[in-house]
Design a protein. Structure first.
Length: 203
């Protein structure tokens, strides 16, 4: 998992509340075994018309937001089912941070384990950021996990809370496997003793 410290990037607006995980990654794409490749199907039903063509009315199809790494959304983002694929799809598409007033609890956990920083700001602050992203060409935000701030060059500044353990893991780029591997030497020692004890018992 790539460490997250400070990110300055284009911010894309998704001015919708209660965006559920079935819209983030529709269920028909959950048959894949890999954890990659889901970005192509992110918001699939919104990004495409019934005929399969890109819908020009959908925000992420707007050329202004090409390469966006920060997503600004409404409250209760990623509600619905607990599928971790939602975090995979956002990450694979290129989003490294999502800003919203509130997030679904299970998604909040899944996102952190996949290197995505979730920033809770007030509804008023999110409304301001959504307005800026819609009206200012090339609008960029800076999300600093180290300082726990969101800023832009137009005078916006906000702070956000983050669990200390989650912050540590994101700063160090540690997912569950990475956390376990930090104790690799101790695990190897335990296994060696366990194997030896089993061999002696067998004698």
């Amino acid at each position: 998992m790539e460490p997250f410290r400070t990110l300055t990037a284009v911010a894309a607006p998704l001015d919708r509340s209660n965006v559920d995980t079935d819209q983030i990654i529709p269920k028909q794409f959950l048959k894949r075994i890999e954890r990659t490749g889901y970005g192509d199907f992110l918001f699939f039903d919104w990004r495409n018309t019934p005929s399969g063509d890109p819908d020009p009315a959908f925000e992420l199809n707007d050329p202004r937001y090409t390469g966006a790494q920060i997503l600004i959304a409404g409250k209760n983002f990623a509600c619905g089912s607990s599928r971790e694929h939602a975090a995979w799809a956002l990450s694979d598409y290129g989003f490294r941070a999502v800003i919203a007033p509130t997030f679904a609890d299970i998604f909040f956990s899944n996102a952190g384990k996949n290197g995505i920083v979730l920033v809770r700001l007030s509804e008023e602050q999110v409304a301001e950021l959504l307005h800026n992203a819609k009206t200012i060409p090339g609008y960029q935000l800076t999300v600093s996990l180290e300082e726990q701030t969101v800023t832009d060059i137009h005078g916006f500044r906000a702070t956000f809370e983050v669990d200390p353990f989650r912050k540590f893991c994101l700063l160090e780029g540690l997912d569950d496997i990475g956390l376990t591997l930090r104790h690799a030497a101790a695990l190897d020692t335990f296994e060696a003793k366990h194997d030896q004890a089993g061999w002696l018992k067998a004698k």
